[in-house]
Design a protein around this ligand. Sequence first.
Ligand code: ADP
Length: 299
Amino acid sequence: MSEENGEKNNCGSCASGGHPDQEALDELKDRLEVQNITCNIKHKIIVLSGKGGVGKSTVAANMAVALSLQDKRVGLMDIDIHGPSIPRMLGLEDGVPKKSPDGLVPIRYNPNLLVVSIGFLVPDRDHAVIWRAPLKHGLIRQFITEVQWGVLDYLIVDCPPGTGDEPLSVVQLLEDADGAVVVTTPQGIAVADVRRSITFCRNTNLPVLGVIENMSGFVCPNCKEHVDIFSRGGGQSMATELDVPFLGRIPIDPLMVESCDRGKPFMDTYGQSNTAKAFEPTIKTLLELRGPMHKNGGI
Ligand code: ADP
């Protein structure tokens, strides 16, 4: 549309000065810049949940630790901008990433696991980040392109709950992500929200690697009675109904809470426990990934 025929050119204020070819060129340049970095990362996994408090960060952190203990080079990127909990869960709260001419140096949890979180960049742990979408998108892009990840086997991305700006940005930036691990608890109210996460994956063409039903059952350490505190099976029946893989149930385990609070991830301390075994199908799925499911025939 031109101004000559009386219609306003809406692109006048953008960087391209309204030139559509320039806009397309800038977009292509931007994508190539991201791809130039992410081609050094073999597998990109996005951890999602419909609801907060279902154990998404716990699962993301323990997945990353488990893979790193299997000699995989892993990056853990915490993009829960308003509520980062990864630094605390990994006992890295005092971490301050150094700046170098080649970018930000991530914090090392162990020789194989590198971590980046906004929690490392805010002045103190009570600091509230009050940002709108463009700033968040900018930070997530920087976390991908301006952090010295090096060559990685896996990049695990811990998203905030829901289907808002952060997951959308990361899906747009990591175009060839292998897929999402979706975490829920078993009760109906959580499952209803997680269904929206599956819809999000479908709408953004992000494969669903599987659903984990966390906090699924509790065995009393004294009387050994099994109690389904948050009900049972909701995640599994939802996975069956929506035709996505089910990666198993992780029970409620007080040691999981303790290890999170202590900053020593469960898989590092209690890796031989029954609860740790519940992570096995998920880790196996990740270890067997051949490439993004929507490319080259997938897993
Ligand atoms: P989200 O990222 O979904 O908001 P978190 O991973 O921060 O949730 O977990 C919330 C709380 O639940 C943490 O205190 C964590 O230790 C605890 N938690 C997570 N999974 C389990 C589990 N399977 N058993 C016991 N506590 C758990």
